[in-house]
Ligand binder design. Structure first.
Ligand SMILES: [Zn+2]
Ligand SMILES: [Zn+2]
Length: 156
């Protein structure tokens, strides 16, 4: 799989050299605020599988929210597009990349909807969508391939 994307102004480009471990639609309040929208679409991937070029993303810290630990959002310094986030609550060197920054955002679909306790009531999830009030247990949700990557990364 080779997915490419970048920020709105073109200063930062990236290429993913592996498939995501999982794709989240996150309905938590932090994601609603940060995106100014109903939910965020994030693919979860090892940092080493993002090959970025162009400008260096600027990091800024978001105070602890649902996870209880802060996270850093990495954005283009010129156009402010949020490209990916690093959650300090998650072990291993991984990021959650905003799938709306892909050149072809239809290339991935959410595997799970999380933090649906704060989902906007007018939004109906597709029939059969896997959803969780808050978070979930990784070993009950992820594919065996993704779990193998996770174990390699974290030793958990
Ligand atoms: Zn930009
Ligand atoms: Zn969220």
């Amino acid at each position: 799989m080779s997915l490419e994307g970048g920020c709105a102004c073109g200063e930062i480009r990236y290429r993913l050299t592996a498939a995501p471990m999982i794709v989240h639609a996150c309905h938590c309040r932090d994601c609603q605020r940060l995106t100014g929208s109903a939910f965020a679409l994030n693919l979860w991937i090892e940092r080493k599988f993002i090959e970025a070029s162009g400008g260096e993303p600027v990091a800024f810290r978001v105070p602890p929210g649902s996870s209880g630990k802060p996270h850093d959002v990495f954005a283009c310094g010129k156009c402010s597009t949020h490209l990916w986030s690093k959650y300090h609550a998650a072990p291993g060197d991984t990021v959650l990349l905003r799938t709306g920054t892909l050149d072809d955002p239809t290339a991935v679909k959410p595997d799970v909807h999380i933090f649906t306790r704060s989902k906007l009531s007018w939004l109906e999830l597709p029939a059969g969508a896997r959803s969780f009030e808050t978070f979930y247990k990784i070993n009950e949700v992820w594919s065996p391939e993704s779990l193998a990557r996770w174990r390699q990364l974290t030793g958990l």
